[in-house]
Design a protein. Structure first.
Length: 670
């Protein structure tokens, strides 16, 4: 493969801070995406993916529902010592946790297991299982009545709410709803129940006396959590996919206000806030009225004034806060962090398996609010979020046009970008036999199996400090096409990976797509030509009445994700069709999925064979483009959608990035 002419590209040397790998440092943790974590208070490592926390009304005890890929548990934590008092395994679980007003019982939803689990609480706050109540329809969010005599369980896949009599632990009725229910809230003053439809843009209001649905106000896409204002006149909704807290007037059932949550440090060039904050949970301090909102994507809790909803400050958290609760009269903040401290290194791998996914370490965070400076906390949150763009800001390099301009509108010799997306490999599993920060003992598919990838890495630039934010492919393709994964997907992908039905299409449906859609849509809005080969995520986005399918090559062999067609055939099709066009599109997305493999399935090609096919296809595409008239103005980026398979001595999320271009630095390890 002759990769064509080379040019003298100026490359700036990065400062030491830009070379710091993901992991724990003395004063902070660096995430795979480059952001920093500096959590306030004390963090207790729980493992898995803690999705919800509720507090005992009188004891310093927290109850946590953990719904990780492998770890499904109900956990009890002492808030004074940070000790895990109980770690009770469950066969399954989903969002849904409630504590009796008198602290005598705890209910938790089983999701796929179709049960609501009832636990008695002893004098120390520990749990003893009493019974499981059969409830079909993927039981989810639970609310206990103010008097503790009833409880309501949302049905995520059955469009209803089950009412329980807590004196007999029997089902008394099923209340109607027009959509799947994720969270529920009682409004005693109106004898009404509010239900958030996470996969919709609606909240349902149900008259409990009549048992009828009375209103379905539009709250915005992705209503995830509900809380009552301290004056009792409004229900507050955390609208996860629109970065909003919205208020519903309980007398009219209509939207009575909305407030954007976010990070002032993250703005577009015109000063408008950048999207993608994922407000996932909300709690109100009954003493002060202050509103605490978990900004999951920002690793922060934002604190709002309960009257004006002005921002009072923020509290830095561990990775991805999913649930927030207030104890001791509002003096203690307790936060469940779904991803916690991440996975870190994964030093063993058995094919095929999910060691890295299982290694994620969710946390419970305990913060003393009486001593916390919200203004300083907001400043620290901003620093943590802005770190990726601050450690090595783009700047002019040398004289004349730079391949990467220092500012929008400046000239560049590059006119075409090609992104080749492969499937599911860590850095060490593929490239640890190359110069760079690799552990060769973890190599699975080295140069003998991937000769083209190795040749390109040696000739051009490859990265040994590059990471995928995703844990599995459903996230990975959203990161690749939208640079973001919304809260709905982050909370439900575990169900898909565990083989639970009903979640297969979420990433292409409205509930699983970011509100701002994909960068395919962004390019079309700005007049950038593109062509998409083999990618379904983002292909249904619509701009001015036209979907992205107008830019999809529907003749691509196998259409979308198809491991039954050789990547060699896909690559041949890409090269022939691209070079037959009047001009090469500005952007080309190519999915080459066969290095995913089909494991050790009988009658199928071996993993090594499929990975070699994928590598050959990668070489065919680079070879075709590098011998074309477009090569002098083209850059090709080669990545994996996620790092799901393989071990890595730096971090489970570390993966590959190879840049092939006449403007790439030759023989360089970044």
């Amino acid at each position: 493969m002759d990769a064509g002419e080379a040019f003298d590209a100026c490359v700036l040397d990065p400062p030491p801070e830009a070379l710091v790998p993901a992991g724990l440092l003395a004063d902070r943790r660096i995430l795979p995406g480059g952001r920093a974590l500096t959590p306030a208070g004390t963090s207790v490592v729980l493992g898995g993916f803690p999705v919800e926390v509720r507090l005992h009304p009188t004891l310093p005890v927290a109850y946590v529902s953990n719904t990780g890929f492998e770890k499904r548990a109900l956990q009890v934590v002492d808030l004074r010592t940070g000790t895990i008092l109980q770690d009770l395994p469950r066969s399954d679980g989903f969002r849904g946790l409630a504590v009796a007003p008198d602290g005598s019982w705890v209910l938790s939803s089983g999701g796929y297991s179709a049960t609501v689990d009832v636990h008695a609480v002893d004098a120390a706050g520990k749990l003893t299982s009493i019974l499981q109540i059969p409830v079909s329809g993927y039981p989810a969010g639970i609310a206990a009545s103010r008097d503790g005599r009833r409880a309501w369980v949302g049905l995520f896949q059955a469009n209803g709410i089950v009412e329980l009599d807590t004196t007999t632990w029997s089902v008394t009725r099923v209340l109607p709803c027009l959509f799947g229910v994720y969270s529920v809230l009682e409004v005693p003053s109106r004898n009404e129940l509010y239900a958030a439809g996470f996969a919709t843009d609606r909240v349902a209001v149900i008259d409990l006396a009549a048992g009828t649905l009375v209103a379905t106000p539009t709250a915005g896409q992705g209503p995830a959590d509900l809380a009552a204002s301290t004056d009792g006149t409004r229900v507050l909704v955390a609208v996860s996919n629109e970065d909003q807290v919205r208020a519903l007037d309980i007398s009219t059932h209509e939207v009575a206000g909305g407030w954007l949550v976010g990070a002032p440090e993250l703005t577009a060039a015109d000063g408008t806030p950048l999207p993608g904050r994922s407000p996932s949970s909300i709690a109100v301090d009954p003493a002060t009225g202050r509103v605490f909102v978990a900004r999951a994507a920002d690793n922060a809790i934002e604190v709002l004034d309960g009257t004006t909803f002005a921002t009072l400050g923020a509290i830095p958290t561990d990775w991805y806060p999913t649930s927030v609760a207030l104890g001791e009269g509002g003096r203690t903040l307790v936060v469940a962090n779904g991803k916690g401290i991440g996975a870190g290194p994964v030093l063993s791998y058995t094919f095929p398996s999910n060691e890295g996914t299982a290694a994620m370490k969710g946390t419970l965070q305990i913060v003393d609010l009486t001593e916390f400076d919200l203004t300083a906390g907001a400043r620290k949150v901003g620093e943590n979020l802005a770190r990726p763009s601050q450690v090595f800001p783009q700047q002019q390099c040398g004289e004349g046009p730079s391949p990467i301009p220092a500012a929008p509108g400046e000239p560049t010799p590059l006119k075409h970008v090609v992104l080749i997306v492969r499937e599911n490999k860590t850095y060490d599993s593929l490239m640890s036999d190359l110069p760079g920060n690799g552990d060769p003992s973890l190599l699975l598919y080295g140069e003998k199996i991937t000769p083209n990838l190795h040749a390109l890495a040696r000739r051009f630039t490859h990265h040994d400090n590059f990471y995928d934010d995703a844990e599995i492919s459903i996230q990975g393709h959203l990161w690749l096409t939208s640079s973001f994964v919304n809260d709905f997907i982050e909370r439900t992908w575990f169900e898909l990976l565990r083989g639970r039905p009903g979640f297969e299409q979420d990433s292409v449906l409205p509930q699983g797509r970011p509100s701002f859609l994909s960068f395919f849509a962004h390019l079309v809005r700005h007049g950038i030509s593109l062509r998409i080969y083999g990618e379904i995520v983002g292909a249904l986005d619509e701009v001015d009445g036209t979907t992205m399918t107008a830019n999809v090559d529907l003749g691509y062999p196998g259409a979308f994700f198809n491991l039954g067609v050789k990547d060699e055939a896909k690559a041949a099709h890409v090269v022939s069709t691209l070079l037959s066009l009047p001009t090469l599109p500005d952007f080309v997305f190519i999915a080459l999925p066969n290095d995913h493999t089909v494991g050790l399935a009988a009658g199928a090609p071996t993993p090594e064979s499929m990975i070699n096919d994928n590598d050959y296809a990668t070489g065919l595409i680079v070879d075709g483009l590098s011998h074309s008239k477009y090569w002098s103005s083209t850059a090709i980026f080669i990545v994996e959608d996620d790092s799901q398979n393989g071990a890595d001595h730096v971090d489970y999320h570390r993966s590959i990035a190879v840049v092939a271009s006449p403007w790439a630095k030759r023989g360089h390890v970044s």
